[in-house]
Design a protein around this ligand. Structure first.
Ligand SMILES: [Zn+2]
Length: 215
């Protein structure tokens, strides 16, 4: 039986799993697993299968049910909380700028439609993934992205770092409404602020959205 499970696990992990994810056809894969489940006999086998369900499908509910229905304790915490599926985080943010001049003229003369009174806001997003590293403090200690909070910290730490270049994080408007050759922020950004307002969690492989966090 162990061999049987191992066979399926290795097969799914390497080829069929990615195929399944591409086809979005986990249901089919689950059917095969259900068959294995119905044939498991002893507690070690059930435990192995529960781990596989979690590792391959990230299906904590199913693996949990399998264990409780066989009167087995839940998986050890380090197994259960292990990042079994690599995740990508789409970090949505906007900058707020208040320069004195916009597109080369005083803001009260700017014809962009936002000036003179409204805050100039530039929205964009950034993808980071589990395992991406960033410096999270003044001593340059390295941290790794592993969840929503660290994905947030990843961008914030870059923003607060010395080498941050705003231009790498949003697109400047190239259509100058004032009829001169200046770029949108040729006179600087003035007071500025970065706000992260949403983070989507995606399956790294399939790029499907797993959950959305409004910040
Ligand atoms: Zn303007």
């Amino acid at each position: 039986m162990i061999i049987f499970i191992t066979f399926f696990v290795s097969t799914f992990t390497e080829q069929d799993q990615s195929l399944c994810q591409k086809l979005g056809d986990k249901e089919w894969a689950k059917k095969v697993y259900k068959k294995v489940e119905s044939k498991t006999k002893n507690s070690n086998e059930v435990n192995d299968l529960a781990k596989s369900l979690l590792e391959i499908f990230g299906d904590a509910e199913w693996s949990g049910k399998l264990l409780t229905s066989n009167n087995l304790p839940p998986l050890e915490k380090d197994v259960a909380v292990k990042k079994v599926i690599k995740k990508t985080y789409r970090v949505f943010y906007y900058f707020e700028f208040s320069p004195d001049k916009h597109f080369g003229v005083d803001r009260k003369k700017c014809k962009c439609g936002i000036c003179p009174k409204k805050i100039i806001r530039k929205e964009d997003d950034l993808y980071v993934s589990d395992g991406d590293s960033y410096n999270n403090d003044e001593d340059g200690n390295e941290s790794l992205v592993k969840d929503v909070d660290t994905a947030y910290d990843y961008l914030m730490s870059k923003y607060e770092g010395d080498n941050f270049d705003n231009y790498g994080y949003f697109d400047e408007e190239t259509n100058n409404p004032n009829g001169n050759d200046e770029s949108e922020f040729s006179d600087g950004f003035g007071d500025e602020e970065l706000n992260i307002f949403k983070i989507e969690v995606l399956d790294h492989e399939s790029e499907k959205i797993i959950e959305t966090h409004n910040m």
